[in-house]
Every structure is written in structure tokens, then in C-alpha cells.
Design a protein around this ligand. Structure first.
Ligand code: ADP
Ligand code: MG
Length: 350
């Protein structure tokens, strides 16, 4: 294994970790400032940091290239943008960026929908602040990381990923209100396991589809008038004129209600109800929001047939991962049955 010392000839002064994340429920609800329920994975990204004579240098064991980052130069369209962006945003917010060496090490698959980008951004910021001794709350770090992804990397993401990765707690789901950023941690009861399985089909480029969903919700908001979409009851969807907009609104409003119920179910340890709501979420994503694929549907069906209490696509859809709620004692046999049924699927985390 490559160490900080191997790459930079010095011991690391600080080591910071940020996990990947999976969203249990609350898909696309961030578009209306709704609630989400993501959970940190055990896999993640570690960034080590040490002093340099001049400049900022970054190395990733996944890329095996040492890169000098010039903070004045902007986006370069390569992996180190996810290190440079957070540093640039921290500097804009008043932080000092000293000469330093950063090493990135990961056991998280990149581009699989478990937020390696947010993990890299947040671990970089935590390493910077640990190294310089500048104090920042985990929420401030999440906001800086999101700003980096939005403005520096040019990816229009909401706040869920960075919050889950920055303030999330292992073994707990983060019940997060995306509008107020209020949150609390809800423990996963003992005896239960959250499985994250990739369907084997890479996530398709979804910019066009994403913009269409956003436009439909904007159209609905304009038709409804001054009261925000989020505070409407579900039947408002049925009064809208465009049938496509009806389906899109039906999804976000029903998903918002499901997310609140699912959070309470998890708090109460009612895993049957949590599973049922996860299943309903998938159904709505498939029929109303139309972001599922044949591979995701088959994997969700296989997961349920093999005994999952609930299973749904997680993340943006169009390929990528599902999340399943499985009894801990059945995890191995469950995965054996699922992988036999869907040979292209692979486990991100069991
Ligand atoms: P996701 O966040 O779902 O994993 P993204 O496309 O948002 O997918 O982010 C993936 C990008 O993050 C990679 O293309 C790469 O630029 C960067 N990245 C992730 N992990 C690493 C790593 N270990 N080393 C270097 N860059 C990484
Ligand atoms: Mg990402």
C-alpha cells in the first residue's frame, strides 16, 4: 500500500476521512427543498496532508499522478478539480491555504452514485482545516464543498451529498431538511443491514432529463401560485393541466410525505413500514418520475424476491445503484440469491 511518506518523503501531519453515502429514501425531494434520509457508508476517501516548501501538490493512489495545483487557474477537467475547487472556495471564504502535500486514498468506487465526489471534497477541506488549525463546523464544510461542486466543477447538485458525507454518523441515517439544513441522526436498529448494489449499467448522462424534471416542477410552481410546492397537499398534483407535470409533481409530493413517514418508521424501529415505503418510492420513481431502467427494475425485483424488506433505485437513476433493507442474519444468503439472478450486479457495500 502506498503511504504519504512513499509519495512525499514525509510523515503526514493530519489524516481525514469522509465516507460515501447512500440515500435510503427522499429521491429528488431536494428539488422542492424537501427532506432526505441518506446514510454514510463504511467505505470512503482518506486525505492525508503534510507541509510543502511551496505550492499545493496532490496525489491520488487511484490515478498515480502527482499534480501541482495552481489555485488561480480554475477547472482543468480532471480529478484534481475536486481537490482544487474546495481549496479555492475555502480561500474565497477567508481561509489561508499554506503550501502543502495532499494524498488521496479511496476504497469507494468513483462514478457509481455513492458520492465519491462529495467525499473527496469534504475530506480535502477537513484535511486543510486540521492542518492549519482553522475551526469550521461540519455544516460550513458541506456548504463550501457544495459550492465547489456547483461553481468550480460545474455540477448542479443539491446539498444532500455533502451534508451526508460531512455531518453523517456511521450506522445512522441523517434525517435532513434540505431547506433549513436542520438535521438529526437516526440509528439503524441492530440486526439490520443496508445493502448498496450496482446494477452493472453505468449511470447515463442525465443533464437533459434532469433539466426536464426541474422545468416541470417550475411550471407547476408557476401554475400553483405563491405557496411553495413543498407545502402543498398531494392532491394539488391532480389539478395541474399538463399530464407530464402531474406525474412529476405526484412523485415529489408523495416522496416528501413518504420520507417523513419513513424517518418516523426508522426511529420507531418499524422496519416493515420502512421497507414498504422504500418499495413505494421505487414505484413512483419508475412510473411518475420515469428515471428507472430495465436493469434497475430487475435488480429491485430480485432483491425483494430474495427477502429484502424494501428495495429501490437510489440516486439519480438511469443506471447506477439500488439500496435494499435486509436482515443482517440473511445478508450473505440474500446476496447469493440476488447475484445468481442478476449476474451483472456487484455489491458496493453489503
Ligand atoms: P460519484 O460522486 O457518484 O462517485 P461523480 O462523477 O460525481 O460520481 O464523481 C466522480 C469523480 O470524482 C471522478 O471522476 C474523479 O474525478 C473524482 N474522484 C473520485 N474518487 C477519486 C479518487 N480516489 N481519486 C481521485 N479522484 C477521485
Ligand atoms: Mg458526485
Amino acid at each position: 500500500m502506498t503511504s504519504h511518506e512513499d509519495v512525499f518523503g514525509q510523515e503526514a501531519a493530519a489524516t481525514c476521512f469522509a465516507p460515501g453515502r447512500v440515500n435510503l429514501i427522499g429521491e429528488y425531494t431536494d428539488l422542492i427543498g424537501g427532506n432526505v434520509l441518506p446514510m454514510p457508508l463504511t467505505k470512503g476517501i482518506t486525505v492525508t496532508v503534510g507541509p510543502a516548501l511551496s505550492g499545493v501538490h496532490a496525489f491520488s493512489t487511484a490515478e498515480e499522478t502527482k499534480i501541482e495545483i495552481n489555485l488561480g487557474e480554475g477547472k482543468k477537467n480532471h480529478w484534481a478539480d475536486y481537490v482544487a475547487g474546495p481549496l479555492v472556495m475555502a480561500e474565497k471564504a477567508g481561509a489561508t491555504i499554506p503550501p502543502m502535500n495532499l494524498m488521496v486514498e479511496s476504497d469507494l468506487p468513483a462514478g457509481a452514485g455513492v458520492s465519491s465526489s462529495a467525499a473527496l471534497e469534504v475530506a480535502t477541506l477537513k484535511a486543510l482545516f486540521a492542518f492549519t488549525g482553522q475551526g469550521h463546523s461540519n455544516t460550513d464544510i458541506a456548504l463550501l464543498a457544495q459550492k465547489a461542486e456547483n461553481e468550480f466543477c460545474g455540477v448542479k447538485c443539491g446539498i444532500m451529498d455533502q451534508m451526508a458525507v460531512s455531518v453523517g454518523n456511521q450506522g445512522h441515517a441523517l434525517a435532513l431538511n434540505c431547506e433549513t439544513l436542520e438535521w438529526d441522526q437516526v440509528a439503524l436498529p441492530k440486526g439490520w443491514s443496508i445493502a448498496v448494489i450496482h446494477c452493472g449499467e453505468a449511470r447515463q448522462l442525465t443533464d437533459g432529463a434532469y433539466n426536464e424534471r426541474r422545468a416541470a416542477l417550475d411550471e407547476a410552481a408557476a401554475e400553483i401560485g405563491p405557496i411553495s410546492l413543498r407545502s402543498q397537499s398531494i392532491d394539488v398534483a391532480e389539478k395541474l393541466s399538463d399530464p407530464l407535470v402531474v406525474r412529476r409533481v405526484r412523485h415529489v409530493l408523495s416522496e416528501q410525505a413518504r420520507t417523513l413517514r419513513a424517518t418516523e418508521a426508522l426511529r420507531a424501529g418499524d422496519m416493515s413500514l420502512l421497507g414498504k415505503l422504500m418499495n413505494e418510492s421505487h414505484e413512483s420513481l419508475r412510473t411518475n418520475f420515469e428515471v428507472s431502467t430495465g436493469s434497475l427494475d430487475r435488480l429491485v425485483a430480485a432483491a425483494r424476491d430474495a427477502g429484502a424488506f424494501g428495495a429501490r433505485l437510489t440516486g439519480a437513476g438511469f443506471g447506477g445503484c439500488i439500496v435494499a433493507l435486509v436482515a443482517e442474519s440473511e445478508r450473505e444468503s440474500w446476496w447469493h440469491a440476488v447475484s445468481t439472478e442478476c449476474p451483472a450486479a456487484w455489491a458496493v457495500e453489503l
